[in-house]
Ligand binder design. Structure first.
Ligand code: HEM
Length: 498
């Protein structure tokens, strides 16, 4: 009898436990996403219809596979349009699901013949017509995460400069990247983040970075020496895959700055961090979605990977070709400037600031290939941006790659590598300078910006004054998202000593 009662109690407990679990799962995976979407929908925001549990991951995967087949690849690169390679689905969604300001665009898709008259009669100001044309606010879902895509200029300003602790880094990043980043400054929020930022920021002020210049030069020299010996061994020219050298250089600088040790001691740490980064990037929803079926990734590799015996292999005999620089004019302009400013001396802080051409080239490279492709936030409580009430739990995504190449802001040559556009600084380069954000903007702006710029300038200045280089035929242009935008197959350069 007692056993019978115990069994009944156990079954009841198990049932209650199961019911509780079911309700929790139902709320997290179905009810809550539905509630958030409905709140946004009531405000006129639309988006691609999500499928059960996966949201829009299936459509993303399909769009990426299809687009990757269309994108021209090869060496030299035929397009600098990163957005079209990495986020082809956004292009479609932007056109289809802009907010109320985008109704004209929807009509355009259905009745192109009506558009001119409608646009003329709409009475929209040129700025509103721009927004109408590039309807930048729509929603989509990655699994149970609801995301508001916001590239509308005023809202982007409001979001990126928002100082409230109620707007933070998305909680899915903490879960996915926890192994790599812990509760560190990049993913933490609230007072934990504020405390870390207060401690770290002063260590990376320009005055501190100036004091690191000798150390950066030492790290750069280690790389230059290794290139020199590889060139000598190659009989005057070497085909160098520079990726690992770049990682070793920046790892060495951080090692010396943080631990006072050289890179050989920090090497183990950086190898492990790299392995963690690769593992973590596979878990990021975008990567995860593109790897759900290996075929989609294999398609990419089969399409863009180096072809044995094809046009990207060396000629028989294994000799590297004579370098043909991709932007010879710019390499020469930077070299001339470095020689003029430095006169053969190691660049110091004053010289670094005087190198205008070099600054323009770096700005233009970061415009076309911003390592951080998306700036993302989560509303940690109900918030309002522009006219939109953003419910707690909704994520906000600003597509930096798209903003950086919008022809409305940058002109018709927005996809061309043209450092001259930065001749009068960022304000002279585009209509809305706040939309140029390779280092982010506002309270979470990159803390390492000064260090990164000084490292880049010093390294490039030393490289151009010692070597000439061009893209190797081994190089295949394939931007790839691995937490940050990276060249999928690395960067091979043909390098010669000057
Ligand atoms: C070219 C190199 C770099 C680029 C393009 C870059 C870009 C960025 C961007 C866009 C953000 C803001 C992300 C957001 O708003 O969500 C950021 C944040 C950050 N970056 Fe960088 N970064 C670079 C190098 C560095 C370096 C060398 C360091 C450190 C030595 C560094 C440390 C940080 C930190 C600590 C944050 C987090 C700031 C916060 O959340 O309060 N970065 N970076």
């Amino acid at each position: 009898m007692e056993v019978h009662i115990l069994a009944k109690a156990f079954i009841s407990l198990a049932f209650v436990g199961f019911l509780g679990l079911f309700l929790r799962l139902y709320s997290a995976l179905v009810a809550e996403p539905r509630r958030l979407r409905s709140k946004l929908k009531k405000q006129g925001i639309s988006g691609p219809p999500p499928s059960f549990l996966l949201g829009n991951i299936g459509e993303i995967k399909k769009a990426r596979t299809a687009k990757v087949k269309d994108v021209p690849t090869g060496c030299p690169p035929t397009t600098h349009d990163c957005a079209v390679v990495l986020f082809p689905f956004f292009e479609k969604w932007r056109k289809l699901y802009g907010t109320w300001e985008c109704k004209l665009y929807r009509i355009k898709l259905a009745r192109p013949d009506l558009v001119t008259g409608l646009e003329a009669r709409s009475g929209l100001s040129p700025q509103r017509r721009w927004r109408a044309k590039f309807g930048q606010v729509f929603m989509f879902s990655l699994g149970n995460i609801q995301i508001l895509h916001v590239n509308q200029p005023d809202m982007v300003r409001e979001i990126t400069t928002c100082t409230s602790l109620d707007l933070g880094k998305p909680s899915y990043q903490q879960k996915e990247r926890g192994a790599l980043l812990g509760q560190g400054i990049l993913t933490s929020n609230g007072t934990v983040w504020a405390h870390q930022r207060k401690i770290i920021a002063p260590e990376l002020y320009m005055d501190k970075v100036k004091g690191m210049m000798n150390m950066i030069t030492e790290s750069a020299n280690t790389m230059l020496e290794s290139w020199k010996s590889r060139i000598e061994a190659g009989g005057g020219i070497a085909d160098i895959k520079i990726d690992q050298d770049m990682r070793s250089f920046s790892g060495d600088v951080i090692s010396r700055a943080c631990f006072g040790s050289n890179f050989s001691k920090g090497e183990e740490i950086f190898k492990k961090l790299r392995a963690l980064q690769e593992a973590a990037s596979k878990k990021v929803l975008f990567q995860w979605s593109s790897r759900l079926e290996a075929s989609s990734h294999e398609t990419q590799q089969g399409h863009v990977g180096p072809r044995k015996g094809g046009p990207h292999t060396h000629p028989p005999g294994g000799e590297a070709e004579e370098p043909k620089p991709q932007n010879p004019e710019w390499q020469e302009r930077v070299r001339t400037e470095v020689l003029e400013v430095c006169g053969g001396r190691v660049p110091d802080d004053y010289m670094i600031r005087k190198m205008k051409q070099l600054n323009m080239v770096i700005n233009e490279s970061l415009r076309l290939y911003p390592p951080v492709a998306v700036v993302s936030r989560e509303a940690l409580t109900d918030m309002k941006f522009g006219d939109i009430h953003v419910p707690k739990g909704v994520n906000l995504w600003t597509l930096v790659v798209t903003l950086h190449t919008d022809p409305e802001n940058w002109g018709p040559d927005s996809l061309t590598f043209n450092p001259d556009r930065f001749a009068n600084g960022i304000t002279g380069a585009c209509k809305l300078p706040h939309l140029y954000m390779p280092f982010g903007v506002g309270p979470r702006v990159c803390l390492g910006q000064n260090l990164a710029m000084v490292e880049l300038k010093l390294l490039i200045a030393l490289v151009v004054s010692n070597f000439s280089f061009s893209l190797s035929p081994e190089y295949v242009h394939a931007p790839f998202l691995q937490l940050v935008i990276e060249p999928e197959h690395g960067v091979n350069l043909l390098v010669k000593k000057l």
